[in-house]
Design a binder for this molecule. Structure first.
Ligand SMILES: *Cc1c(COP(=O)(O)O)cnc(C)c1O
Length: 397
């Protein structure tokens, strides 16, 4: 294992402080390192591997579909139509209740597309190019320049200034803080329905309803980033569906392809008719047959196995078990989250706990220095949760 780590460290750009482990393959909800050691996975590739790994019955259908697609064709370009993109687009727009979709290669790229959509929409209305976007503090929208510009973490932005400009930051769940930033130049309000990287902070229903009303009154676009909290993680396919507050546009990625890199941004027909037109936006790889075959098959499998009901059930069980830890350990301040997107906030740094858990065969990650994040495959069972709690408690003690 060390020779692989050495090779990687000698060549990869050092933008991550990685755990000292090399994962070689996965099976079910377990990952295996190059020494054959088994790890229960409560990271899921950061909320990506919703269906688990390897040759389990569920994932087998995805692997078979992808294998079939690789043999047929993986890429043709967006100058032509392809079957998987047609099917994925139809299924995803139907599931989201938003009529138009653009497929991207990543989450950040989906956010970029939404920023362009918002600016174009406002530009077509008044011919000006000075429009403003309101985003949230502690938000995370990706590492490319546009996505970084709307990310509410000054430390991520500082060295890369100037940002795209005309972005203001409000406080999540504080309606007055948003209202105070709105003016005639505001073109969009952008937020994660449940903040992920920033520390697992769900939006409150009342906050979202007020934002919807404000946006309707002032003709401002309400845009949700569902990249982490979407694709079933909260027990609804998209977290906003739980609150009954529909955005004008949204971004998805992470679990969308369950490991095949793919993202998307979606919007209403009304917005599509008044924003991007042919020539305004593009991508070489985005929406290719392989990525879209993944999306199409993942959506089929979610339905076939009723993943959403399963998440509601095991999510409630996870909440109960984590609440038990909050009651038991003085260093744990609170639990936050919905379904299988949970965080435990500590009064101290959690890195040593994560390391100890990894040593004992449990993969966990943080979301900020003091918060342990739980974003496991959506197919975990109550027994898997019991096992996770056992290993975590051992690490805590
Ligand atoms: C991960 C994430 C992104 C960025 O997605 P990438 O695929 O890493 O570019 C954007 N927004 C949210 C909420 C995320 O969790």
């Amino acid at each position: 294992m060390n020779s692989y780590i050495e090779k990687a460290e000698n060549s990869l750009l050092h933008t991550y402080n990685r755990f000292q482990v090399v994962f070689e393959h996965g099976q079910g909800v377990y990952l295996y390192d190059t020494e054959g050691k088994k790890y229960l996975d409560f990271c899921g590739g950061i909320a990506v591997n919703a269906l688990g790994y390897g040759d389990q019955e569920l994932e087998k259908e995805l692997i078979d579909a992808l294998s079939d697609q690789i043999r047929k064709v993986t890429h043709t370009s967006n100058y032509f139509y392809n079957i998987p993109a047609a099917e994925a687009a139809q299924k995803l727009t139907k599931a989201a209740g938003l009529e138009r979709v653009f497929f991207t290669n990543s989450g950040a790229e989906a956010v970029e597309g939404l920023i362009k959509t918002a600016r174009k929409y406002a530009y077509l209305k008044d011919g000006n190019t000075d429009h403003e976007i309101i985003a949230m503090e502690h938000s995370f929208h990706g590492r490319t320049m546009g996505a970084l510009s709307v990310t509410g973490n000054p430390a991520y932005r500082k060295a890369f200034e100037p940002m795209i400009g005309n972005v203001k930051f409000a406080t999540m769940n504080d309606y007055e803080s948003v209202e105070a930033l709105v003016n005639e130049k505001t073109c969009a309000i952008l937020l994660e329905t449940v903040q992920g990287e920033g520390g697992i902070f769900p939006a409150e229903e009342g906050f979202l309803k007020k934002l919807r009303k404000l946006c309707d009154e002032k003709d401002i676009l309400l845009i949700f980033d569902e990249i982490q909290c979407g694709m079933g993680r909260t027990g609804e396919l998209f977290a906003w569906q739980r609150f009954g507050v529909k955005p004008d546009a949204m971004a998805t990625a992470k679990a969308l392809g369950c490991g095949i890199p793919v993202g998307a941004f979606l919007m209403s027909q009304k917005l599509a008719d008044a924003s991007l037109v042919a020539g305004d936006h593009g991508t070489t790889y985005g929406g290719n047959p392989l990525a879209c075959r993944a999306v199409s098959t993942v959506l089929d499998l979610y339905e076939k196995r009723d993943i959403l009901s399963h998440v509601k059930k095991v999510g409630a069980y996870l909440e109960e078990k984590l609440d038990g830890l909050v009651a038991k350990y003085d260093h744990i301040i609170e639990r936050r989250g919905i379904g299988l997107m949970q965080g435990l906030e500590f009064d101290c740094e959690v890195k040593p706990v994560l390391q100890k858990a990894l040593d004992n065969g449990l993969v966990l990650i943080n979301a900020g220095a003091k918060i342990i994040r739980f974003v496991p495959p959506l197919v975990i069972t109550e027994e898997d949760i019991d096992e996770m709690i056992r290993i975590l408690e051992d690490a805590l003690s």
